[in-house]
Design a protein around this ligand. Structure first.
Ligand code: DQA
Length: 143
């Protein structure tokens, strides 16, 4: 079965509790459950990982290529805005990465307006809540 990696970065383990007015009340566990079901219905196996650590996220990105994953759905959290190391990791693999942000980063603080990853990702989905993850899955399946 083809494999998709769902990767969440720092503080996203706190989904459901963390600033619910911005990120909602659904937990990461619930999101992962829903995404696994949606992937399976489309004939894909979804592996979900989360880390608060830059290097660990980079290791997962490398692993996705080495293990033959079809694509990565990635919410890099605040690393989006400044991690050149994650940018280099994405640039160095052949696996498409869709960048997802739950909130509309463009309506928020100025430092969130810039993604240093956007130039090396296949696409970006911003501000559509958790629906963004499902849309990213659809995009990976169809491309
Ligand atoms: C986020 C937006 C980032 O600016 C923030 O640091 C996050 C979450 C989002 O999903 O909206 O941790 O990526």
């Amino acid at each position: 079965m083809d494999k998709i990696l769902l990767l969440n970065g720092p503080n996203l383990n706190r989904l459901g509790k963390r600033e619910p007015e911005i990120y909602g009340t659904t937990t990461l566990g619930e999101l992962v459950g829903n995404m696994k079901k949606a992937a399976l219905a489309a004939g894909y196996e979804l592996t979900a990982e989360q880390s608060n650590h830059e290097g660990v996220l980079i290791d997962f990105i490398h692993m996705a290529e080495d293990s033959g994953f079809t694509g990565i759905i990635f919410n890099p959290g605040a690393f989006t805005h400044y991690s050149y190391a994650i940018r280099d990791a994405i640039a160095g693999i052949d696996v498409p990465v869709i960048e997802v942000h739950i909130s509309n980063v463009h309506k928020r603080e100025t430092f969130r307006h810039k993604s240093v990853l956007a130039e090396v990702t296949a696409g970006q989905i911003v501000g559509l809540g958790l629906l963004g993850y499902e849309l990213a899955l659809q995009a990976l399946i169809k491309t």
